[in-house]
Design a protein around this ligand. Structure first.
Ligand code: NAP
Length: 306
């Protein structure tokens, strides 16, 4: 595949950055991929497993001369990173990110982007519950969606970033930040919160019923525990930074839950049956769209290849 960017700098060397590096290098999408992580330990691991072409010991060194800089750190860390790297950005470069929330990233990172540097936020809808420099794999983005938020960026620079994501195997869509945050609150953020809650409830229950929760754990609960094993820092930052949309969806969820609770109490089987018929059709639609298999794994089709 043709080179799209000469030098790409990945800031943060965890699941998403590592997967990007492996995919870009596999397909020759960049001449050089450099990386920076805040801890010496992560940088040492990245060097040991050759996660990027070159690991830099400072943020300034990583972004200097880079044509594309991708922030792949938790959403709550992005503003400080952007402020620190801003003086070293190359004129004409593009800054992007992979944060799971977009409105807050635009509000906090945007003001630090210097005149003459393009800012195109992005979010790959792909992940696992694993994190850190050893968790990445080149196939992570294949047949998954990446959402770009062009927000007034030059169309040819947006086209370049789109080509990079498509080169890594993703399907690309564009939308505005508010819409993104609402859609993700429905499809990802609130479901994660529910999984965290359900696992918490079961954990409390386990104190009463010994190990029965684990022993008789059915697939539904096992899927919840997998989601609830996701990185605590990342998910804390998601909820703190997508507050309005998550609270809106959580409010609607609670209303529906009360309605189902009432239907169970009053023996309203028609209500329950109609509701479950509607939700079943949604599940079938997702499978038909190629976004999941029939296996109960909550959309995590891409498994780490060993
Ligand atoms: P990860 O595996 O935990 O890696 C995070 C990286 O960020 C690490 O290299 C870490 O450095 C660095 N970092 C953490 N806190 C930092 C701070 N305060 N200042 C500077 N660097 C810091 O995370 P990830 O899963 O790749 O997630 C990265 C971004 O992608 C997040 O914004 C997340 O919302 C987004 N995202 C994640 C998923 C997913 O499923 N995981 C999916 C889509 C988007 P050290 O190792 O040195 O601590």
């Amino acid at each position: 595949m043709a080179v799209i960017y000469d030098r790409v700098a990945l800031i943060g060397l965890g699941l998403i950055a590592g997967s990007m590096s492996l995919a870009m290098r596999r397909d020759g999408l960049a001449t050089e991929v450099v990386g920076y992580a805040r801890s010496a330990e992560t940088r040492a691991t990245a060097r040991e497993i050759a996660l990027v072409d070159r690991v830099c010991d400072t943020l300034a060194e990583a972004v200097k001369g880079a044509d594309l800089v991708v922030l792949a750190v938790p959403v709550g860390a992005m503003e400080a990173v952007a402020a620190e790297m801003a003086p070293f950005l190359k004129p004409g470069a593009t800054v992007s990110d992979v944060g799971s929330v977009k409105g807050a990233v635009i509000a906090t990172v945007g003001p630090h982007i210097p005149e003459g540097v393009n800012f195109i936020p992005a979010h790959p809808l792909a992940g696992t519950e694993h994190s850190g420099p050893r968790s990445g794999f080149a196939e992570l983005f294949e047949n998954r969606w990446t959402i770009l938020i062009p927000s007034g960026a030059k169309p040819d620079e947006v086209a370049k970033l789109r080509a990079l994501w498509e080169g890594m195997g993703a399907n690309v869509d564009e939308m505005d930040a508010d819409h993104h945050d609402l859609v993700l609150a429905v499809t990802s953020h609130t479901p994660h919160l529910i999984a965290y809650t359900m696992v918490g409830v079961a954990d409390d229950l386990r104190r009463v019923t010994d190990s029965e929760v684990i022993k008789y754990s059915a697939a539904g609960f096992r899927d919840f525990t997998r989601i609830a094993a996701s990185d605590p820092t990342m998910w804390r930052d998601v909820f703190l930074n997508n507050k309005d949309a998550t609270l809106e969806i959580l409010g609607r969820f609670t209303e529906e839950l009360f309605a189902l609770q009432r239907a169970i109490r009053t023996g309203d089987g028609d209500h329950l049956h109609a509701y479950f018929t509607r939700t079943r059709a949604i599940r079938r639609g997702i499978i038909e769209a190629g976004q999941d298999t029939a296996a109960p794994n909550f959309g995590r089709v891409a498994e780490k290849k060993t």
